[in-house]
Ligand binder design. Structure first.
Ligand SMILES: [Zn+2]
Length: 511
């Protein structure tokens, strides 16, 4: 007797091969059999006319907070994600300079990745999770947030912690080269650390040093790190911002191709949206002012002279015109949710910058916005690239209003908008980029393929209907057309509604 039989689905096995119609039988969390007319299931799902694929793998996420705070990972499950790679952009839950984990029991000042993974390995999650070791976390643990090069001894200590993390199950090293303190590292430090990953056959993934005017230089730096270290590499959420940089991805993707022709192994991932998201205070109040606190920042914005100086500084980065900024939450003016700064400025009869600063003052500096700085044509080029994987770049934080539609919509959006409507690539190829490709890149040996013996992580959807409904002015809406999400052989979501099943676990590398 099988636990579950999925009958008559159009199977896309994750390899990129065309579909075929068959039944899939699941037992004890594994795909037990694939064939015609399989009988004897405790539960039957009729998938006639539907597409059956491996569960989606979110190649770049910040879901490691799920282990402690949001173990349901509901927003991930509800978009078909059955495995996430967390600890990205240089920041991971471990190592940490403080004993921040209730379950590790450590009282000492450093909790390692090994002790973290051991303490949390049996925590039941809604979806599976594996973790990278973040470079910012390594640096913070060893040398705080100091803006300098590490001493030889400190570099050795970081290498030891990285080695410890990978040998205990982390998937590799993640870099976040715009974030403090990762941004303080020069290329030689990164090469030395990447060599540890290379020796252990692990990955180095990077939020590269610049995604703006110097994006190409940043890609070249990353390729150098990969070439010198011998590690395999992934460029995270690959994109370029600002109109005068549009089209540069043609060049960066060609650099990735050439590096692979040279014998290096480099991939990238991408989220399918033309806007990023962060708080308005982070975007419009210079970083050094934040340390002084909210009251001090508000006082500065109330003083006309200081406000003018702040605006002049920020304009150097953002320019005069803010029609690319859409307000997504603003406690003082909820009526402006979904409006562009230029529209609000028109209503108020104020300059764009005075509008932003008055919105912030009226909201006690709370308020979030999305920043439309990318180009649709570029996004399509990256999504279609044969070495690009799909990601959310998102944490798990349903209760926090500061989020981006990618938290709920990335994977259904790629299938609905970019495959069905825009036809940037075929459905079997896109499924490969969401499943077997990240499984192979990250070394997830039992995931990403609908073959007998593989883990029974499965999505069942209507390829004619699947689409995201979460958008910038309404991030909470679920996707449509995603009939079932199965994690470890158990149905975890039906019609994109998570049912509370916790069949996911932390996954360790198997290098
Ligand atoms: Zn990032």
């Amino acid at each position: 007797m099988y636990d579950l039989i999925i009958k008559n689905g159009n199977i896309l096995d994750g390899t990129g091969s065309p579909r075929y119609i068959a039944d899939i039988a699941v037992k004890d969390g594994k795909i037990a059999r694939i064939g015609k007319d399989i009988e004897g299931g405790a539960e039957i799902i009729d998938a006639t006319g539907l597409t059956v694929t491996p569960g989606f793998i979110d190649s770049h996420s910040h879901s490691d907070n799920a282990v402690m705070k949001y173990p349901d990972m509901a927003e991930k499950v509800e978009q078909g994600i059955t495995t996430s790679v967390g600890g990205q952009c240089g920041g991971s839950v471990a190592p940490a300079a403080l004993s921040a984990y209730p379950l590790t029991g450590e009282k000492e000042c450093l909790a390692t990745m090994g002790s973290f993974l051991k303490a949390y390995e049996n925590v039941e999650l809604g979806s599976n999770l594996c973790i990278m070791v973040g470079h910012c976390s390594l640096r913070k643990a060893v040398m705080g947030i100091e803006n300098r090069e590490p001493t030889a001894e400190e570099l050795e200590k970081m290498k030891d912690l990285l080695r410890e993390g990978i040998s205990n199950g982390a998937m590799g090293l993640s870099l976040g080269l715009i974030y403090i303190p990762g941004t303080y590292a020069k290329t030689p430090e990164l090469i030395e650390l990447a060599k540890v990953a290379g020796e252990m056959n692990a990955l180095v993934v990077a939020h590269i040093r610049d995604e703006d005017n110097k994006m190409i230089e940043a890609v070249l730096e990353f390729i150098t790190i990969i070439r010198e270290s011998g590690a395999r590499g992934v460029i995270s959420h690959h994109k370029v911002t600002k109109e005068h940089n549009f089209g540069k991805v043609n060049y960066s993707l060609a650099l990735i191709d050439r590096a692979n022709e040279e014998g290096l192994e480099i991939w990238c991932d991408v989220y399918p949206y033309a806007a990023s998201s962060t708080s308005m205070s982070a975007a419009f109040i210079p970083k050094p002012m934040h340390a002084a606190g909210t009251a001090s920042m508000m006082a500065a914005l109330q003083d006309p002279e200081q406000r003018r100086e702040i605006a002049e500084t920020v304009k150097l980065r953002h320019g005069e015109n803010l029609d690319w900024v859409m307000v997504t939450s603003c406690p003082g003016h909820p009526e402006f949710k979904g409006k562009r700064i230029s529209e609000i400025a028109e209503i108020w009869g104020k300059s764009h910058y005075d509008t932003v600063y008055d919105l912030l003052l009226d909201s006690n500096l709370d308020g979030t916005a999305c920043y439309f700085t990318m180009n649709e044509a570029d996004i399509e080029k990256v999504i279609a690239h044969p070495r690009a994987m799909i990601c959310t770049d998102s944490s798990v934080m349903m209760k926090n209003p500061i989020y981006h539609p990618r938290l709920r919509g990335s994977f259904p959006r790629v299938l609905g908008r970019y495959v069905r409507e825009r036809k940037v690539t075929t459905l079997p190829e896109m499924i490969r980029k969401m499943t077997s490709m990240p499984a192979a890149v990250y070394g997830l040996k039992n995931k990403g393929l609908l073959w007998e013996g593989m883990d029974a992580d499965i999505c069942i959807f209507d390829a004619d209907k699947i689409i995201d409904h979460s958008y910038f002015d309404n991030c909470g809406l679920r996707a449509e057309g995603l009939n079932y999400v199965i994690v470890g052989g158990k149905v975890a979501a039906k019609d994109a509604v998570y049912n509370g099943t916790r069949a996911g676990r932390i996954i360790r590398n198997d290098f």
